[in-house]
Design a protein around this ligand. Structure first.
Ligand code: SAM
Length: 269
């Protein structure tokens, strides 16, 4: 047996930096997240990284049942013990990046929630997008700087690849900011809660997701260059113009629909 495991529901381990552990301790923040999620009977809610249960137990109280995915083995036993007072918790011991959300959903799209480990935010977001049809929505606490980039509009300094990739596939809404003092230990950065709702693929209208991703990556890879120069390995200035996009613009000036139109008009790589 793991010598750190406890069976009395107490968490004895110090926070682990490598796992991005910053535990929420402000109940007001937890309540605001639950208000934003607004669980309804029948919802299939999955929490990523329950930690010491700051959101898990209030969510269980509210909703009655919950699935949670936690990588840190030392947290599992105390979570399971404490959860019994609050509701029905299905605990999955796994790296969330190895979890097949489509299989987990089993036909009822998931509502993902989590105060994410910040070092893994982007991989977790893209992993969820790989299973977009199995995800109804997501409410995540992330580094504020990342939420600002996700929600940025064209022309903004922080509008970039993350903004276009996420806004193409999801409706992105930055909800509210949270200061470092709400966590133990406090992170060095500000945090924010964001809502992402995957769009219907018909509404997205991207013909070839791989080509779309390649165009966006190349365009922002050299964001100071014009599209004609930044995309020269993929297409010509004439082809960009034929798609109805001005090749003398820079990536940061293009809207998400512009990128979709451009990617759809270009020949497959
Ligand atoms: N939800 C808790 C809270 O708000 O207090 C904990 C949040 S803490 C920022 C992130 C949590 O994600 C930790 O419990 C950590 O162990 C867990 N975690 C880190 N990497 C993970 C991974 N790859 N898969 C699943 N959980 C992970």
């Amino acid at each position: 047996m793991n010598p750190h495991e406890t069976h009395d529901g107490r968490f004895r381990e110090p926070a682990k930096k490598a796992l991005g552990q910053h535990f929420l301790h402000e109940r007001g923040v937890v309540d605001r997240i639950i208000l934003a999620v607004d669980p309804k009977p029948g919802d299939r809610i999955v929490e990523i990284g329950p930690g010491q249960g700051a959101m898990t137990f209030p969510l269980l109280e509210r909703h009655g049942h919950l699935t949670a995915i936690e990588f840190d083995r030392d947290l599992l036993a105390p979570l399971a013990v404490r959860a019994r007072e609050h509701g029905e918790l299905e605990l999955i011991h796994a790296d969330v990046l190895d979890v097949d959300f489509t299989a987990l959903a089993g036909g009822t799209p998931l509502r993902l929630v989590g105060n994410l480990p910040y070092n893994l935010s982007s991989p977790i977001l893209f992993h969820a997008l790989d299973h977009a049809a199995a995800v109804r929505d997501m409410h995540f606490m992330l580094q504020k700087e990342v939420v600002d980039r996700m929600a940025a509009a064209p022309g903004s300094k922080v509008y970039g690849r993350l903004s276009v990739m996420l806004q193409a596939w999801c409706r992105v809404t930055a909800l509210f900011d949270v200061g470092p003092g709400a966590f133990r230990p406090p992170p060095k950065v500000d945090s924010a809660v964001v809502r992402l709702v995957p769009r219907d693929p018909a509404e997205v209208g991207i013909d070839d997701p791989a080509r779309f991703a390649a165009i966006v990556r190349a365009a922002f890879g050299q964001r100071r260059k014009t599209l004609r120069n930044a995309l020269q390995a993929l297409c010509s200035g004439e082809e960009i113009a034929a798609a109805g996009v001005d090749p003398s613009l820079r990536a940061e000036q293009l809207s998400v629909p512009d990128f979709v139109r451009l990617a759809n008009a270009l020949p497959a790589a």
